[in-house]
Ligand binder design. Sequence first.
Ligand code: ADP
Length: 278
Amino acid sequence: GEPSAVSARITPLADGMAVAEFQDISELHRVERVRRDFVANISHELKTPVGAMQILAEALKDAAEDPDASARFADRIQTESARMNHLVTDLLELSRLQGAEKLPDPEPVSVDRIINEAFDQTRITAEKKGIELKSMGVTGAEVLGNDTQLVTAVKNLVGNAIAYSPEGTSVEVTVSVCRPEGSVAKSETICIAVRDQGIGIAADELDRIFERFYRIDAARSRATGGTGLGLAIVKHTAVNHGGRVEVSSMPEAGSVFTLMLPARSLPSDTAAPDSDEI
Ligand code: ADP
């Protein structure tokens, strides 16, 4: 770990004595280092597409006489600028989530709608890989929170499931009323589990994948348009909603990411029976 560091402030007193105050600054150093790493990461991630666009624009000029080559270079400039746009969008989203202590004006949100919307936003990518999107489990559940943030979180999980799976597999989203282990929460929890039949994640990577910019295979992540921020966004959204996110995975077999959120209302078939029914 980090060696502990101490700062001392000496305040002389009138009678020749002095008071020394000590403060452990290792935490400050850690925070500062994390911030510096983050800025270095952002700079690197932004420089990659910008550098590529510069070279491609140059190539485009040189290929003025060759319409086929020009079209190819123009396409790649579009791809790189889309990547940059995606990265900046994710960065803004993450900084908004990290800045917010709690959700502004939470509203009831339908879990079915979140999933439909997340599927709509990932359908084209899934179809390109021949991946089937399925949803199952209970319907009619509601959580309290921010619709857009929740859709983004589920979309990120479904998008990853598609990105890290081979062609022709399926991605299943299952909604259930669950009570996480060790939970003492009074309210029930809604679990949204996103299961894939993809490449899976080694046990020693499971903790790290939620860190900003952490990727197991950066080249693969970039090739699939990843920013390395998707799971950090999911984690912050879960926490801001009073919930959390868990993952279990088996390399070569697939992964399950479960978003757990406090229920606002339960699906009608799982709700507690009315007293006059007993
Ligand atoms: P990225 O934009 O790289 O996908 P994320 O924060 O969404 O960034 O994910 C971080 C890393 O976790 C990915 O680069 C990938 O290595 C791994 N990962 C995320 N989801 C899955 C999944 N469903 N299957 C296998 N690996 C995954």
